[in-house]
Design a protein around this ligand. Sequence first.
Ligand code: PLP
Length: 406
Amino acid sequence: MFDIDAVRAQFPILSRQVNGKPLIYLDNGASAQKPQAVLDTMMRAYSEEYSNVHRGLHTLSTISTENYEAVRGKVARFLGAPAEDQIVFTTGTTEAINLVSYAWAAPRLEAGDEIVLSVMEHHANIVPWHFLRERLGVKLVWVETDVMGALDPQAVLDAVTDRTKLIAVTHLSNVLGTVVDVKAICDGAGARGVPVLIDGSQGAVHLPVDVADIGCDFYAVTGHKLYGPSGSGAIFIRPERMAEMRPFMGGGDMIREVHRDSVTWNDPPMKFEAGTPAIVAIIGFGAALDWMMDLGMERIAEHEERLRDYARDRFAGLNWLHMQGQTPEKAAIFSFTLEGAAHAHDISTVLDKKGVAVRAGHHCAQPLMEHLGVTATCRASFGVYNTEAEVDVLIDALELCHDLFS
Ligand code: PLP
């Protein structure tokens, strides 16, 4: 059983008020709040155990290095990766996808080669590929979602040609909540010899992930959405792909030897981690993953499914609200507009007055906004600590918006 009160009690920020009302935090898609276990771990790492990593032989450096390196195994376990040396630390998904673009794709792709993307990608999984379009003449091939906001895996595979060098898709849309059948995409892509990168920024937050079962080549996650600190993240990279990658950032730690006329590289994954990393952020990220694994991804997913169903029923009663993305298996992420002139920003401002935090705007997904024919939506994105009572407050606040703006 999921003891929601016990879960909520672990997030200090949830007891604060906003505009004189209890905080109802429904902006988890942008960034999640942090449990006490993460805050305590980071405080201890700074106040009792801090030093640089991989550098010194003194006691603090050894402790810091051990705590930092232990996180690689935690990420591997969390993602179902067969080995921890298949995990590269990054500052988040944005850096992870840029790493793949610079270190794997740029040296291999040529003018006319193709990258298949879905129209609902976040800019983090679009712009690094635009760099290759601009610099190398690579072609971006877009796959549409259907009217419900679903992405048909077969449509993705149908977009593959003999020039396709990569499929890059999200596991779960940050705007629509759509869950993508990435395993079906990887099965079909594997049969055609096309690598697949999965943007797991949202997927890993809401679904149990097993990269070995999915069969992907790259799976990127970001720590701050996984109840960990900002500036932390990681990417699983299949060993065959890792072996094909050239270093991207140069500096300390990623080298074996540096001479006046030559340089040799450290072994992967260190080869792709230059300079002093975000030591304490990564250690905090590890604490967040421990916290999620202790709670259990299956139980987190069940709780969020109940919330999704409850919210969906309540939204269905608002006939002046237009919901984007109606796939049955979606996550508890709801993007909507209201009938009439109210802009998403106005709605968000009214909700804030009621203590309800939602995101308004294009959600870093402008190609999707164009596809939907809107410039902005309001997004309520739920997390592990949200409750059905909070859904009720959101609905009441939306009814107030409707009264104000219609
Ligand atoms: N991809 C998706 C689907 C996201 O939702 C986000 C963040 O909103 C990102 C990528 C980028 O993550 P970050 O900015 O943490 O690197």
